[in-house]
Write a protein that binds this ligand. Structure first.
Ligand SMILES: [Zn+2]
Length: 113
C-alpha cells in the first residue's frame, strides 16, 4: 500500500535534495589581512600583510571565528555553500508543509460543502 501523501511536490523535491546533503557548516568564510605577530616578519614594518581566511559564525549572540588553513579554503567554501543550501531547503520544506496543511483544510471544507 502506498504511504499516505504527507507533503506536496515542492516538499518532495526539497526532501530529495536534503537526503543528498554533504558536509556543511552554517558560517561564513571571510578573507582578511593580518599581521602574523612575528616582530621579525616584514609584515611588522611595511608589509604586505598576510591574507588570512576566517570562518565566522554566531553563537549565543557572540561572533566566533576560526582560522582556516590555506589548503582547506576550497573545501570549507563548499561546506559554507552546502550550509546555505541546507537553510534554503529547510525553509522550502517548512513552506511546503504549511501549504500542504492549508490545502487539506480547503479540500475538507469543499468536501463538506
Ligand atoms: Zn608576518
Amino acid at each position: 500500500m502506498p504511504r499516505p501523501l504527507t507533503t506536496n511536490d515542492q516538499g518532495k523535491r526539497a526532501l530529495e535534495r536534503l537526503r543528498k546533503i554533504k558536509p556543511f557548516v552554517q558560517a561564513s568564510l571571510t578573507l582578511t589581512k593580518k599581521r602574523c605577530g612575528n616582530p621579525r616578519c616584514r609584515c611588522a614594518q611595511e608589509g604586505p600583510l598576510h591574507e588570512v581566511a576566517l570562518l565566522t559564525w554566531k553563537e549565543e549572540n557572540r561572533t566566533r571565528t576560526l582560522y582556516v588553513p590555506m589548503q582547506l579554503r576550497p573545501e570549507v567554501e563548499r561546506w559554507v555553500q552546502e550550509g546555505k543550501l541546507l537553510k534554503r531547503l529547510v525553509a522550502e520544506v517548512s513552506q511546503a508543509q504549511r501549504e500542504f496543511l492549508t490545502s487539506k483544510k480547503k479540500s475538507r471544507k469543499s468536501n463538506k460543502g
